[in-house]
Design a protein around this ligand. Structure first.
Ligand SMILES: C[S@@+](CC[C@H](N)C(=O)[O-])C[C@H]1O[C@@H](n2cnc3c(N)ncnc32)[C@H](O)[C@@H]1O
Length: 234
C-alpha cells in the first residue's frame, strides 16, 4: 500500500524500530548497494551518538519520532536525561509508552515545534538532529532549529547533524523506505514526496546554516550515503 511521507514518519509505528534493527543486523554482503549505504550510515551515526551521549547530562533530539535514536542511550546511560522533541503527537505518545514499558524514567517526550523549544537557555549538553530530519525541516524551520539548538546548548555542548547527500542513491533508497518520490531535482537537491519534500543538502550547505547560527565544525564523518557532523558553539 502506498503511504505518504507524513504517514511514514508521523504515525505511531513500532515497526520502524524493527526495520532499523534488522537493517543493522543484516549481512552486509547480501545487501544491494543502496541498502548497504543506508546500513553504513545508521551504524556510523549510532556509534557517534553513543559517544556524545556517554559524556552528557542532558540530551535532546529534535524530530525524535518514536525515539529510535534515543532509546539505546536511555537504556545504556540511566543517569543521563534524554528528551525527544517532536511536533507530531502520535510518535511522541508511542515513545512515552515504549519508555514506560521498559521502565526508562530518564526518557521523556516533548510535544513541541523546533522553532520554539520549551527549554531554558544553556540547559542541555547535546542536541541531536540525526538521519535525514534536518533535510525535512522545511524552509525557515531549518535555520530556526539551529538558532534554538545554539540557545539551549550549554558552553562546551555539542550539536549533531546527520544528512543524506548522495543523490545518486535516492531513487533506489526511497522504495526501500516505503516511499515513492514524484521527482528528484538535482538542481535544488530536493526530493519531492507525497506529504513533504526532503532536501539532500551537501555537507557544505549544512555547514553554512550551522555557521550562521553560531556553530563551528568539531568533527565530520563521511560515508557513501551522506555525512555526520559534530559542531560546537562558537
Ligand atoms: C525523518 S523523521 C525522523 C524521526 C526519527 N528521528 C527517526 O529517525 O525515527 C523527522 C521527524 O521530525 C518531525 N518534525 C518535522 N518538522 C518538525 C518541527 N517543525 N518541529 C518538531 N518536529 C518536527 C516529524 O514529525 C518527524 O517525526
Amino acid at each position: 500500500m502506498k503511504r505518504s511521507a507524513h504517514e511514514v514518519w508521523n504515525t505511531a509505528d513500532r515497526a520502524r524500530l524493527e526495520h532499523f534493527a534488522s537493517l543493522v543486523a543484516a549481512d552486509e554482503a547480501g545487501l544491494p548497494p543502496h541498502r548497504r549505504a543506508d546500513r553504513e550510515f545508521v551504524i556510523g551515526e549510532t556509534r557517534l551518538i553513543r559517544e556524545l551521549a556517554a559524556q552528557a547530562g542532558t540530551v535532546i533530539e529534535f524530530g525524535s519520532g518514536i525515539g529510535r535514536s534515543l532509546l539505546p542511550g536511555a537504556r545504556e546511560f540511566p543517569t543521563t536525561r534524554f528528551l525527544g522533541l517532536d511536533s507530531a503527537p502520535e510518535p511522541v505518545r508511542l515513545m512515552a509508552l515504549l519508555a514506560e514499558e521498559e521502565g526508562l524514567a530518564n526518557l521523556r517526550g516533548l510535544l513541541a515545534d523546533v522553532r520554539r523549544v520549551p527549554l531554558r537557555d544553556s540547559s542541555v549538553d547535546r542536541v541531536l538532529i540525526p538521519y535525514q530530519t534536518f533535510g525535512i525541516f522545511l524552509g525557515r524551520v531549518r535555520d530556526r532549529s539551529l538558532v534554538e539548538a545554539r540557545r539551549i546548548l550549554r558552553p562546551g555542548g555539542a550539536l549533531y547533524i546527520g544528512g543524506f547527500a548522495n543523490l545518486d542513491l535516492a531513487a533506489d533508497c526511497y522504495p526501500a523506505w516505503g516511499l515513492t518520490p514524484s521527482r528528484i531535482d538535482p538542481e535544488t537537491r530536493l526530493v519531492h514526496l507525497d506529504g513533504f519534500d526532503s532536501l539532500w543538502a551537501t555537507e557544505d550547505q549544512v555547514l553554512v546554516h550551522a555557521e550562521r547560527a553560531g556553530f563551528a565544525l568539531v568533527h565530520r564523518q563521511d560515508c557513501e550515503l551522506g555525512f555526520s557532523l559534530v559542531l560546537g558553539p562558537r
